[in-house]
Design a protein around this ligand. Structure first.
Ligand SMILES: O=c1[nH]cnc2c1ncn2[C@@H]1O[C@H](CO)[C@@H](O)[C@H]1O
Ligand SMILES: [Zn+2]
Length: 473
């Protein structure tokens, strides 16, 4: 009797501590929860004795089509997920859109610059002398569209397996080199950003924070827009989207530069973004570094500049996106000491109990991007993702999609699926999903009024979602 009591008490304690474990569900939510748990348990049971069928254990490019058929996934697609707070603008729209729409536009040229294939809009191929440009239309006609488009797809995605982290990052970086100039063409940039928001909206996401860099947007005649104009165009596009889709509450920009720049370059970049933010306080949320974390500089290398800039600027640092212990992962410590608002990935955080405690007491949320971690080779099976431990501790976690374009994904639901199926216990259901959605709004950098409105919109969607699940099950 004592034994059973003690056993039950421990289990109860663990489930209360788990992310969302304190949520009490309404009667309606409890009914929906039953439906969700039944679907979850059916899928888990099928995989239990044959873990080859456990979709989160497979490489995403191989599991994607099967996930599309999963009943749990179809519920997650419909579920109002709140926000995506970790998305890189230049890898955020689906590759289908890039290839099927943008690369079919007039005046798009392709050519090899330093052995990397680049795409760019040009009025005449002579206007850029870095290589011999050929019209994409000619390349496509020569090879036939299916062959050429398949080649492009292989260039723009990471769907194979690679020997190690270094080789996968090499290919990953090249993808951005291939598309950068193409996306910096002003009319394309506007359509592209609109499409990014569209795909999130279609996936029942209402708000996002996009990590990007200030692109010198150009016109066909070669004129380029200023940094100020870049933000104006960005802001106008977001506003246009919001007026077309009133349920979408907004998008902000997180300025992101390569983590290997010299100190003087960083100093200028920080001063510049602080200045630009004064003109666009609602759009520019803050600052981050991007790039392979083992490469370039550590946050500690930059800490003096960052301490100063931190008086005027919020940080959203990628940190601890690594399997190493004792060097790269110390970026976590500096991110915390530099007062980061959230941590991107924090894959290594569980190895540092003191930092974990600090992050929790300072209410720093962790942006987890499971599919990114798998494709970029930090782990293979999502059941081994360290975020399961963090969620078990009740640590504030939010889900991001990082670079969905690169793994031929769209929206945020695939990452939610991995978290729900592989990182939460069998009997965790709607209470955890609800908390993940609420977290994404609470830990965003929206102002008080923006948050209030987003929560209100989300609550309306949530109620509709419950009704829809009840109606169709
Ligand atoms: O998860 C990530 N960690 C670090 N850098 C990243 C990640 N995802 C994308 N980028 C980097 O961001 C830039 C595009 O905005 C690219 O340079 C890409 O390498
Ligand atoms: Zn990232």
């Amino acid at each position: 009797d004592d034994y059973l009591q003690e056993r039950a008490a421990i289990l109860a304690q663990e489930s209360t501590n788990f992310l969302g474990g304190n949520n009490t569900l309404t009667v309606k939510e409890k009914t929906v929860n039953k439906i969700i748990l039944e679907a979850k348990n059916t899928e888990l049971s099928m995989a239990y004795n044959n873990s080859r069928d456990f979709l989160p254990a497979l490489h995403f490019p191989r599991s994607k089509n099967r996930i599309n058929k999963s009943p749990v996934f179809s519920i997650i697609r419909k579920l109002p997920k709140g926000a995506s707070l970790h998305t890189h603008l230049l890898a955020a729209a689906s590759v289908d859109y890039l290839i099927g729409n943008i690369t079919y536009r007039e005046n798009l040229y392709g050519g090899f610059v330093n052995n990397v294939f680049k795409l760019k809009f040009l009025q005449s191929p002579e206007s850029d002398t870095r290589c011999n440009w050929t019209l994409v239309k000619e390349l496509r006609d020569k090879e036939t569209a299916p062959v050429f488009d398949q080649w492009l797809r292989s260039l723009l995605t990471l769907t194979e397996t690679y020997p190690n982290v270094e080789t996968v990052w090499d290919k990953f970086k090249k993808i951005f080199t291939t598309t950068y100039d193409m996306l910096a063409y002003r009319p394309v940039f506007e359509d592209y950003l609109y499409q990014v928001l569209r795909e999130l909206h279609d996936d029942n996401v209402i708000y996002t924070e996009l990590k990007g860099t200030i692109m010198p947007l150009y016109e066909l005649d070669g004129t380029t827009h200023s940094k100020e104009e870049f933000f104006q165009i960005f802001a106008n596009t977001v506003e246009r989207f919001k007026s077309d889709f009133p349920a979408f509450t907004g998008a902000k920009y997180i300025h992101s530069i390569y983590r290997g720049v010299e100190n003087d370059v960083l100093k200028t970049a920080l001063e510049e973004i602080i200045e630009l933010r004064k003109h666009h306080p609602d759009l520019i949320a803050g600052f981050d570094f991007v790039g392979f974390e083992e490469e370039g500089c550590t946050l500690f290398d930059y800490h003096l500049l960052l301490l100063e800039a931190g008086k005027h600027l919020n940080f959203f640092f990628h940190a601890g996106e690594t399997n190493w212990f004792g060097h790269t992962d110390l970026n976590l410590l500096d991110a915390i000491l530099l007062n980061t608002s959230r941590i991107g990935h924090g894959f290594a955080l569980v190895k540092h109990p003191k930092m974990l405690q600090l992050a929790k007491s300072r209410n720093i949320a962790l942006e987890i991007c499971p599919i990114s971690n798998q494709v970029l080779m930090l782990n293979q099976d999502h059941r081994n993702h360290p975020a399961a431990v963090l969620m078990a501790l009740g640590f504030p976690v939010v889900i991001g999609n990082d670079d969905p374009s690169i793994w031929d994904a769209t929206g945020l639901s695939y990452d939610w699926f991995m978290v729900f199926m592989a990182m939460t216990p069998r009997d965790s259901g709607l209470e955890v999903l609800k908390q993940l959605a609420i977290n994404s709004i609470v830990y965003s950098s929206m102002g008080v009024e923006e948050k209030r409105r987003s929560l209100e919109v989300w609550e309306g969607q949530w109620d509709k979602f419950l009704d829809e699940i009840l109606k169709t099950n």
